[in-house]
Structures are given as structure tokens and as C-alpha cells.
Design a protein around this ligand. Structure first.
Ligand SMILES: *Cc1c(COP(=O)(O)O)cnc(C)c1O
Length: 222
């Protein structure tokens, strides 16, 4: 019951935000389970949520294994160290949101090629240009996007991801989302499908700015 109510209230908020958005996007919800146990994932899954995201390869691996009987779509949303790439590939995530440099894309691609496999990824953009955040600089994003498309044949590059500016200043958060959306629109002709932005504290604003994937943790689990 707890999860059912949580999920319904979040879905209602998403619906309302869509109504207030000029972008008529279908918003995909990824539940971020990084702070909860697999039992809690199961609770939310039973309430109707089927896409989950983890930010560490180890926790993704553990939850995948424990919940392998369910048809969950797993997303990887965290920093990826080169020495964890093979482990992540083996888990076959639906989408890696956090490809944050050409070099990382190249490394993932190299390992996929050996295995004759492909994976879907998003290019992470450091839209607010914060030292603490990963991602490519917004002014270089389109060029790097094209470079990955041209040199990483085993990656399905499907769009962009960003974390909203870390501040209480709503205008600054909005600006970081608008920057991400602008880049998304520039790579639309290159086959982009996803603009992943918005977390528990700012997802309504992200939807207003054109997000079509939101990643929510605390608002669903606390
Ligand atoms: C933790 C995390 C989220 C979810 O954060 P909440 O504020 O709990 O909704 C979304 N995206 C990324 C990349 C995260 O690390």
C-alpha cells in the first residue's frame, strides 16, 4: 500500500507538470534505488514501476541478481570507472545515462566490440559547469556527441543526461535544464531520443524544460 500511494502521488505530479509544459513529451520514470534494499525495489515494482536506476556497478549487480526473476529494466546512472566497464556490460543495462567523456565512450565501445555487443548510452553534460560534477562542457557537447557517433559503432547513442544545478536558486536550475534541452534539440537530427534530467527536488521544473526521462529516488522511497 505504501508504495502504491507513493507511486500514484508521484505519477500525478508528473502528469500535472506535463500539463504545464509546452513540451509534449512522454515522461519516462526511472526509480533510483541506490539507497534502498532489493525488498524495497520489489515493493515499488509490485506497485507498477518497472524501470530502476543504480549508480554503482556493484549494487546494480547485486540487485540484478536478487531480482532476476522480475522483468525490470535497469539503468546505470553513476560514475563509471574504467575497471568496472566489463562488469557493467555483463549486466546488460537498458541504458547508461552517465557516459561523461569521449574517452569513456571509447573504452566502453572497445570492450563491446570484442564481445560483438551493443549498449545504449546517453552523453552526460555538466550544464551548470560545476567542478564537482561529471560530464562534458555544454559548449563542447554537440561536437563530442558527433565524435562518439562517428567512432563508436557499438554504442547506441540515444541522447543526453544532466543533473540540475546544485543551488537553491531556481532560475539557475532552470537555466541548467534549458542548456541541456537546447543541446538535446541540436542532436535530435542525429537520432537522439532521450533528454534525462530532473530528480526528486526539481523534476517538475525539468519536465517544464523538456525532460523525457526523470530519475527519482527519495520522493518514491522516503
Ligand atoms: C541519486 C540520483 C538521483 C535521484 O536523486 P533523488 O534526489 O533521491 O531523487 C538521480 N540521478 C542521479 C545521477 C543520482 O545519483
Amino acid at each position: 500500500m505504501f508504495y502504491h500511494e507513493k507511486l500514484q502521488s508521484v505519477l500525478l505530479r508528473i502528469e500535472n507538470a506535463k500539463q504545464n509544459s509546452a513540451f509534449k513529451e512522454n515522461t519516462k520514470l526511472v526509480a533510483v534505488s541506490k539507497t534502498v534494499t532489493y525488498a524495497e525495489v520489489l515493493g515499488l515494482y509490485k506497485a507498477g514501476c518497472t524501470a530502476f536506476g543504480e549508480n554503482r556497478v556493484q549494487s546494480l549487480s547485486e540487485k540484478c541478481e536478487k531480482l532476476s526473476a522480475l522483468s525490470i529494466e535497469w539503468h546505470f546512472i553513476g560514475r563509471l570507472q574504467t575497471n568496472k566497464i566489463n562488469q557493467l556490460i555483463a549486466l546488460r543495462p537498458a541504458l547508461i545515462h552517465s557516459c561523461d567523456s569521449f574517452e569513456l565512450a571509447f573504452e566502453i565501445n572497445k570492450r563491446l566490440k570484442v564481445k560483438n555487443q551493443t549498449l545504449s548510452v546517453l552523453l552526460q553534460i555538466n550544464s551548470a559547469k560545476e567542478d564537482t560534477k561529471a560530464g562534458v562542457q555544454p559548449e563542447n557537447a554537440v561536437q563530442i556527441y558527433e565524435k562518439i557517433l562517428n567512432s563508436c559503432q557499438n554504442l547506441n547513442l540515444k541522447g543526453v543526461m544532466s543533473i540540475g544545478a546544485h543551488t537553491d536558486n531556481i532560475g539557475a536550475i532552470q537555466k541548467s535544464f534549458e542548456t541541456t534541452r537546447e543541446i538535446y534539440e541540436r542532436v535530435l537530427p542525429l537520432g537522439a531520443k532521450y533528454c534525462s534530467m530532473g530528480m526528486s527536488g526539481d523534476f517538475e521544473l525539468a519536465i517544464k524544460c523538456g525532460a523525457n526521462i526523470i530519475r527519482l529516488g527519495s520522493v518514491l522511497f522516503k
